[in-house]
Design a binder for this molecule. Structure first.
Ligand SMILES: Cc1cc2nc3c(=O)[nH]c(=O)nc-3n(C[C@H](O)[C@H](O)[C@H](O)COP(=O)(O)OP(=O)(O)OC[C@H]3O[C@@H](n4cnc5c(N)ncnc54)[C@H](O)[C@@H]3O)c2cc1C
Length: 274
């Protein structure tokens, strides 16, 4: 978790939106990876998009009022170098300490928001991988603050339980709001069978374990993080072609859900992190 105080004090955003953070190529990195860009671009800024997260509770234990805060919260994972990619920003960000300055873009952006959720009784599902939970934290709080009475479910896959940055807060939310359910799914935790978010839909977990029936008429599903989990289709010769590995979008489309597009509102909303 990282708090960034904008110089101009403007922390307004719609839950779900993202901002841009930047760090110079000239800055030190935490790993010893040999960054091929660093020499060529040493005086340039590395910029990446980051969803705005939420600390969920304020100092008194109430749900946060994001508009009253003087900083934006981010939830960012350190990306390790691999044989085909030397990450640029996160290994430099990892060395930042309280009080250091970093670049924050002047505008927040994104249409991955709750704009289309108009029915307070609707079933709202959030699926994320890892730090894909970030935008959902603020969206969940927004729904709860507005008195949403329909079921709200947030399911997230991580490698291990220790990777769940906000788990205790989600458990506290579950205690306070009977319509809220948190479903963490570690894939590399001893004794826990490996399951993917797609399996929750295939195995009817929602109706059988949570008693919640999803339907294209009333439900909205929000997907954020790894593009393979999302599995958004490509338009080829006017047809929607889904990726080989079946993602959540394909399973939902088969059930009658539709993708939310700029000029055609739908009930599947997604934000891909790469
Ligand atoms: C709209 C949007 C919002 C985003 N919000 C977040 C956020 O809230 N938190 C966050 O951690 N990242 C977020 N990202 C990803 C972020 O922009 C960077 O891509 C990421 O931090 C890696 O940057 P880098 O320069 O260190 O690595 P890069 O050199 O840019 O490496 C990119 C590679 O890193 C891996 N990667 C990128 N993001 C992640 C991730 N979150 N988890 C695991 N592997 C990853 C992928 O393999 C990707 O191909 C978001 C991306 C977009 C487009």
């Amino acid at each position: 978790m990282l708090g960034v105080k904008p110089d101009n004090g403007d922390t307004s955003y719609l839950p779900g939106q993202y901002a841009s953070l930047g760090i110079g190529y000239w800055e030190k990195r935490i790993d010893n990876a040999d960054d091929p860009e660093a020499e060529k671009r040493w005086d340039k800024l590395i910029r990446r998009s980051y969803s705005i997260s939420s600390r969920i509770f304020d100092d008194y234990g109430y749900l946060t009022d994001e508009n009253g805060l003087d900083e934006l919260e981010f939830y960012i994972v350190l990306v390790p170098p691999t044989s085909d990619n030397i990450p640029a920003l996160t290994p430099r960000l990892a060395l930042k300490k309280t009080g250091d300055r970093i670049y924050l873009g002047p505008k927040v952006a994104g249409r991955y928001t709750l704009n289309d959720v108009q029915n307070p009784k609707a079933e709202i599902v959030f699926f994320s991988t890892g730090t894909g939970e970030a935008p959902h934290n603020g969206m969940i709080i927004d729904l709860l603050r507005k008195g949403h009475t329909g079921p709200i479910i947030s399911a997230v896959t991580v490698r291990q339980n220790a990777d769940l940055g906000y788990a205790d807060k989600h458990r506290e939310l579950e205690e306070r709001y009977p319509n809220y359910h948190y479903v963490p799914m570690p894939t590399r935790e001893e004794g826990v069978p490996k399951r993917y978010l797609q399996d929750l839909l295939r195995d009817n977990d929602f109706s059988e374990k949570l008693g919640v029936t999803l339907s294209p008429e009333t439900s909205h599903v929000f997907l954020c993080g790894n593009p393979a989990m999302i599995g958004s289709p490509e338009a080829i010769d006017g047809k929607q072609v889904f990726p080989e590995t079946v993602g959540v979008v394909e399973l939902l489309v088969n059930e009658g859900f539709t993708l939310d597009r700029r000029n055609a509102p739908g009930n599947i909303h997604f934000e891909e992190y790469w």
